[in-house]
Design a protein around this ligand. Structure first.
Ligand code: X90
Length: 276
């Protein structure tokens, strides 16, 4: 049996046509530990964080979380958030080593996406598609790795507070963001880190700048996956604008689960797209 496993930053709870499992990260604030599984109320999480004045943090999945997810499958594909910003990939690799000792016949491949959210969704969809074609494990690994070189991630955030507090961006980059409607437009660098691109004032300008960046990055009508933290309006506006350029484009919008809601913060929009 084949199993496709991703950490909860992929914002997926299921995937058509495959046995899919999400392995949760945890968000910690004050007294509370929010486990990022399908029962998490992300609206309540954002409200709690808005009211909470102290420090907050996140934790990658435990070794045990991965080991449980591996059970029952003989071909396992794991998709993780960028190893440059999280210990998730390292913990998955450690779990693989442990698991293979007692299950030497099982195949496990881990993809470090150097990205997150919607780009992980694109990868998961590609994997499911290749698996449905009946391709062998190694060929799927190779083709998915090639596909990853053709997908990209851009995002617009209204606050970098949680990213800066947890050392994922510099405090300097976080500076003016959030003041007077200033948003930051950023991308995932080739190394899987956050690379600020420009500052924009207001939703309209941010949307226009996002479209321009996608076009400059060679987007020409392929799949787009938009994940948002309680900002369906901005997601819809972006989709509409892209459809103005490419009426046939396959664009899907979905809400962020916990981990991405925490870091993208209310209003954040994350866009994954393919250039092939
Ligand atoms: O291990 C952990 O505790 C998780 C740490 C995750 C840190 C970054 C999460 C970012 C989520 C924000 C915009 C997208 C950034 C992508 C950069 C490659 C969403």
């Amino acid at each position: 049996m084949m199993k496709l496993i991703a950490d909860s930053s992929a914002n997926l709870t299921m995937l058509e046509g495959v046995t899919y499992q999400s392995v949760p990260m945890t968000i910690r604030a004050g007294e509370r530990d929010f486990v990022d599984d399908e029962t998490l109320d992300t609206h309540e999480l954002l409200d709690y964080l808005a009211a909470h004045n102290g420090k907050s943090s996140t934790a990658c999945p435990s070794l045990d979380g991965w080991l449980k997810a591996f059970e029952g499958a003989d071909e396992i594909f794991v998709i993780t958030i960028t190893s440059s910003l999280s210990g998730t990939c390292a913990s998955a690799m450690a779990a693989r080593d442990v698991y293979l000792q007692s299950h030497p016949e099982v195949k496990i491949h881990i993809f470090d996406t150097l990205s997150t959210g919607p780009e992980m969704q694109l990868l998961a969809e590609k994997l499911a598609e290749l698996h449905a074609k009946g391709l062998p494990f190694d060929v799927i690994c190779e083709k998915v790795q090639e596909y990853l070189a053709t997908t990209h991630l851009f995002f617009s955030l209204k606050s970098l507070h949680n990213l800066a507090q947890n050392g994922r961006v510099s405090k300097i980059a976080a500076g003016a963001i959030g003041i007077l409607g200033i948003q930051i437009l950023a991308t995932a660098s080739l190394e899987g880190t956050i690379q600020p691109v420009e500052k924009c004032r207001g939703e309209k300008k941010t949307c226009a700048a996002m479209v321009q960046k996608l076009l400059e990055a060679d987007y020409h009508g392929g799949k787009v996956r938009i994940h948002h933290a309680e900002n369906p309006e901005a997601a819809e506006a972006l989709a509409a604008s892209l459809r103005g350029h490419f009426p046939e484009a396959d664009i899907e919008i979905r809400p962020c689960r916990g981990l991405c809601s925490y870091y993208a913060e209310r209003g954040g929009v994350i866009v994954g797209f393919e250039t092939m």
